[in-house]
Design a protein around this ligand. Sequence first.
Ligand SMILES: [Zn+2]
Length: 463
Amino acid sequence: METIFLEQWLHNIIRQKVKEDPEYRQFVGKESIDQLTRADIDLYHLFKLRKIVSYAYQKSTFYRELFNRSGIKIDDIRSLDDIANIPLTNPIDIAQHPYQFACVSLGDIARITTFISSGTTGPRKRVFCTGGDLEVMTDFMAAGMRTVATEGDVVQIMLPSARPNDQADLLANGVRKMGGLPVISGTSLSPEQQLTIIGQAHPTILFASVSRMYRITQETRHNHDLKGKGVKVVFVTSEYLSDSMRRQLQDAWNCDVHVHYGLTEMGLGVAVECHAHNGFHFNEADLLVEVVDPQTGAVLANDEEGELVFTTLTREAMPLIRYRTHDISKLISSPCECGAATLKKIAKVTRRLEGIARIGEGDEIYPAMFDELIFSIPEVIDYQLTLGKEGGKDILLFRAEVTKESQHICEAIGKVVLSHSLFRKSVEAKRVALPKVELVSRGTLRRLTRAKKLIIDERRGKC
Ligand SMILES: [Zn+2]
């Protein structure tokens, strides 16, 4: 199996650091590094962590006050484990006080992103980047894209595209950096129109959000020969990809499917799946990743599930230290099947804290639980889940958009939902009502963004 390019890329960055930075040479006590081990990467992370903590203390009002309040001193950070003494940064902090995080003057900021990532009711967050930050971000996009692409590949980008330095534009720069040709077709075109561009531009790689890629595939596969389009990789991002959706995409395009995991706060690109398709290798040149207990904030061991917490190691405009993502996953410690022996991995991100609801006697439900089941029905294009009350019990309403409306599909959806053991038990114990399924006309759910993946809870005040 092909080793992920990111490993070589990271090793080269560290070797270059040894070559160019006398302070780093002194820190590691080596004049050069030939064969890198995990210990060399950990040492690099410790060096960068100390630098970014010191930089944030000097330049950011938020971190200066936070570190003063909690008595954090740079000399107290002697090992990577010492990071646990630094308080966590919450998304609400950057929503409420974005300018207190800025470490450069406004004149040096090349990009400001204002966004909501936790559903329609979440606070608006603001993230700043310098021109240097954007270069670092697109360097990673180039390295990540090299997982699946080579020089000369044509990459069709179906991401929001309205102005310079937005998602599509930055990824296009990343594609160019690795010697590929980007074609931006944006997000406003219909599936048929996207397919027309595919026919004209002959992309070898398609890049889109999971729901957009799935919709394009489902709406066009019966009228077009997608297998004959010459696409070798479908690269999806932004949402959870269930195994059933992956199989459908692979089958429709007769190609490999890779998943990207990104976060706007972390510079959009964070992690990519290697050829083992079992978790994500992440940008270890710029990010330190921990997993913490979402309730207590305590650091969890590898392979324990909890909330992902990131520290940016190179960000100039707005470094984030121990930033809570609200995404639930785990760090995988065993060596990857792809052969990358020195890289860590993040497991599938199954849910966000905001996307979890409780039904019946407090059982946890989240959309990815149902994705696996509902997308196993080939006719489903997309669905939306609403939680209500009926006769004092919780009830789940699935609104599904399908390629061919029929009572048979309606029944099939109800049946697969009931096949989930947790849900079936709740229904049998009469704690939860039988689910309802409603088919909606084609295109109804098209305009919904990733926020739709949150369960819509309409139970408040009802019984
Ligand atoms: Zn791997």
